[in-house]
Design a protein around this ligand. Structure first.
Ligand SMILES: O=C(O)C1=C[C@@H](OP(=O)(O)O)[C@@H](O)[C@H](O)C1
Ligand SMILES: C=C(OP(=O)(O)O)C(=O)O
Length: 466
């Protein structure tokens, strides 16, 4: 079998390079701009979704008001702010820093919370609703009603909250709670999402007996996100002990109010860095943290596996792509958010890639394994799902429609392929508003900056070279 390489896609086998479209529409069909040259740009991305939503929840549960600076303003974090307001939390987000005031007399019942398609909202807010004196409704987008909720709802019901319908596995549902729930020992199978564990740990200190949570499933994805939860709790004075790999004991007590600044979102940043990997260019993302629990930081190792070079320079992360991408064999369980972007890179590598450890992403914004298999194959790839990942045999890709399935990271993957393959159109770029409403603008600006860099005489003249 002959395996096409990066050069096959960017050189002789490719159709003539067309002028890059520069439409910055932020909703509806979006012709992905092609990269006429290797991409050279500097990018700054907004705050982390995962940190912003944890910071909001912890501020709402805290013993006094606090401020969040650099919080992400996107659909997922707006839904979180609105959901917390429904529960009685005061949030002033009119300025660049947000002021969060926990309710003086406990959380309010009686409201209805729209979770959109946000995993963090649909998982982190029900345990808070369990502390409200009455019933709170939860609903979401059509796609959200397929995302798994059962293990978290079972755990809440085991500690005394009432869930209706009682045996539901999905949105919509109601939670009927009471402010004096005792908490105590609880088992949860978090193999379909680490967010159930994070959700319980975030609120655990507010139960009369705290919470002793044991994960009982066969696998546990996204461990860096659990570490992020634990670290943010400790920074607020919560005593939390991890025993072995799968048990966390949260002591009851106050959660201290703490002003906090949010790191840039490294998973969103990875899509821009991948533009350097796929075009053999150089992209720098500013303000890359020295130490972080964001799994997006693992993109550094992922890009090196493809053959790119990665270095820190003056507080930025700089990724320089090489001419021919190597195929990779990667367990992405810790950083499964990266899978769509990694799959896009793998589909233009010089040999076969195996992505493993991500069975649970069938329950993300869409079934990401099915969506990637379908959309890559529609462009001519030979990709197949396995029980927990993808096997991607590179082929010469052709243009066509790239369906996003309301999934922001599918949009990032399609945009990335569009840098190399003529005439890829995303069916709806609006889904990027979930965590990065500026995505079309930032992507276009990255290419405009890159063009300027070339015009200043820095670039090669031969297009994206392999
Ligand atoms: O806790 C969080 O902030 C997240 C945990 C992960 O969820 P899963 O464990 O369901 O993958 C991740 O994929 C998601 O984007 C954000
Ligand atoms: C899985 C993701 O999101 P959510 O927080 O909705 O689970 C994601 O952003 O890749």
């Amino acid at each position: 079998m002959s395996t096409p390489s990066h050069s096959d896609l960017s050189g002789a086998d490719r159709p003539a390079r067309s002028a890059p479209p520069r439409r910055a529409a932020d909703t509806g069909p979006w012709p992905a701009p092609i990269a006429a040259e290797p991409v050279h740009a500097t990018v700054r991305v907004p705050g982390s979704k995962s940190e912003t939503n944890r910071a909001l929840v912890l501020a709402a549960l805290a013993d006094g008001p606090s401020t969040i600076t650099g919080g992400l303003d996107a659909r997922d974090t707006r839904l979180m702010r609105d959901g917390l307001r429904t529960l009685g939390v005061g949030i002033d987000d009119s300025g660049p820093s947000w002021r969060i005031t926990p309710p003086a007399d406990g959380f309010s019942a009686g409201g209805d919370i729209d979770c959109g398609l946000a995993g963090t909202v649909m998982r982190f807010l029900p345990p808070i609703a369990a502390l409200a004196p009455g019933t709170v409704g939860f609903r979401g987008d059509a796609e959200a009603t397929k995302r798994p909720m059962g293990p978290l709802l079972d755990a809440l019901s085991d500690i005394g909250a009432e869930i209706d319908p009682a045996d539901t596995q999905h949105l919509p549902f109601t939670v009927t709670g009471r402010p004096d729930l005792p908490g105590g020992p609880v088992l949860v199978d978090s193999s379909s999402s680490s967010q159930y564990l994070s959700a319980l740990l975030l609120v655990g200190a507010r139960f009369a007996r705290g919470l002793d949570v044991r994960h009982i499933g066969p696998t546990l994805p996204s461990r860096p996100h659990i570490e992020m939860t634990v670290q943010m709790l400790r920074e607020r004075g919560v005593r939390i002990e991890q025993q072995g790999t799968d048990r966390w004991i949260v002591q009851p007590g106050p959660i201290a109010a703490r002003d906090t600044t949010i790191e840039p979102d490294l998973t969103n940043a990875a899509a821009f860095l991948a533009a350097a990997v796929i075009t053999a260019g150089e992209v720098r993302v500013l303000d890359w943290p020295e130490r972080t629990n964001q799994p997006g930081d693992l993109a550094r190792e992922v890009f090196e596996a493809f053959g790119a070079s990665v270095e820190r320079r003056d507080g930025a992360l700089v990724v320089r792509g090489q001419d021919r991408l190597r195929g990779v064999d990667l367990d992405l369980s810790a950083a499964s958010e990266l899978t769509p972007v990694v799959a896009a890179l793998a589909s233009v590598a010089r040999d076969t890639s195996h992505l493993r450890g991500v069975a649970h992403i069938r329950g993300h914004e869409t079934d990401r394994l099915a969506a990637l298999e379908t959309e890559l194959n529609r462009l001519g790839s030979h990709t197949r799902q396995t029980h927990d990942g993808l096997v991607i045999h590179p082929r010469v890709l052709h243009g066509g429609e790239w369906r996003t399935y309301a999934d922001h990271r599918m949009a990032h993957a399609g945009a990335l392929l569009g840098l190399l393959v003529d005439d890829i159109t995303l069916d709806d770029v609006g889904c990027t508003a979930k965590t990065l409403p500026e995505f079309p603008m930032l992507w276009t600006k990255m290419l405009d900056d890159s063009d300027e860099w070339s015009e200043r005489g820095n670039g090669s003249t031969g297009g994206v070279q392999a």
